[in-house]
Design a binder for this molecule. Sequence first.
Ligand code: NAP
Length: 234
Amino acid sequence: MKIAVLGTGGGGRAHAAKLLELGHEVTVGTRDSQVTLGRTQPDFMGIEPFGQWLADYPGIELRNFAVAAEDAELVINGIDGYHAVDVLSGIAEHLAGKILMDYAVPFVHNPERAHPWPTPWGVMPALDPVDHDSLGERIQRALPEAKVVKACVTQEQETVVDPGSVGGGDHTMFVAGEDAEAKQQVIALLRSYGWEDVLDLGPIVCSRGMEMYSHLHSAIGFAVGGRFGIKVVR
Ligand SMILES: NC(=O)c1ccc[n+]([C@@H]2O[C@H](COP(=O)([O-])OP(=O)(O)OC[C@H]3O[C@@H](n4cnc5c(N)ncnc54)[C@H](OP(=O)(O)O)[C@@H]3O)[C@@H](O)[C@H]2O)c1
């Protein structure tokens, strides 16, 4: 399948590499491919420049967001959560009728905010929107013709593409969205990643809980000090 991964961060790279391994035609989307390929320094999280990473994956194409989405049959959103709605709205015509699997979290980095939570890598970002709305819902409202499926939010994306690396793969992945057929296709993709326990939470409003879990996810991560999974026992 022709799949576009919008986003050059660690998560987008994890999906792109896995999809290539699974035999898909993979294009990664970015704001400006020349600028992205011209970067020579690691980002603030210490992730190597995209061009350096890409050299290990011949076959993955890098294109501007619009071109990547236009050519794809299925699109994965891994754009920084604060900017995702604006970027996706600008390329809405290329997403109409397509499945858009969204794993972004609407983090806002504002160290001046009251009651900051110091973390090993600085101050924990806040969520906006939160509680009464979610990024998943905002994306679906902004793109009424796209079939948005929220997924993969509750894991590091390296775990998403390799569930067996934690607890032998015995943990739970969640999906939510309005279109039942789109969710089935996303679940099939996740099964090809190795997920056996995928729980459909229901409509896109369930993005709220998935995104709000991110604080607990971070807290558990700091406590555990490594990769982990969550399992819904029933
Ligand atoms: N990494 C994970 O394991 C993980 C897990 C769960 C959820 N998430 C969430 O998933 C999202 C993506 O995370 P990530 O770590 O893969 O990547 P990221 O570093 O958060 O985002 C990278 C992408 O966002 C784009 N971007 C950044 N600033 C922008 C702006 N001002 N305008 C337009 N685009 C902009 C970048 O464009 P360029 O390519 O042009 O630089 C890049 O493609 C985030 O919301 C994150 O919280 C990540």
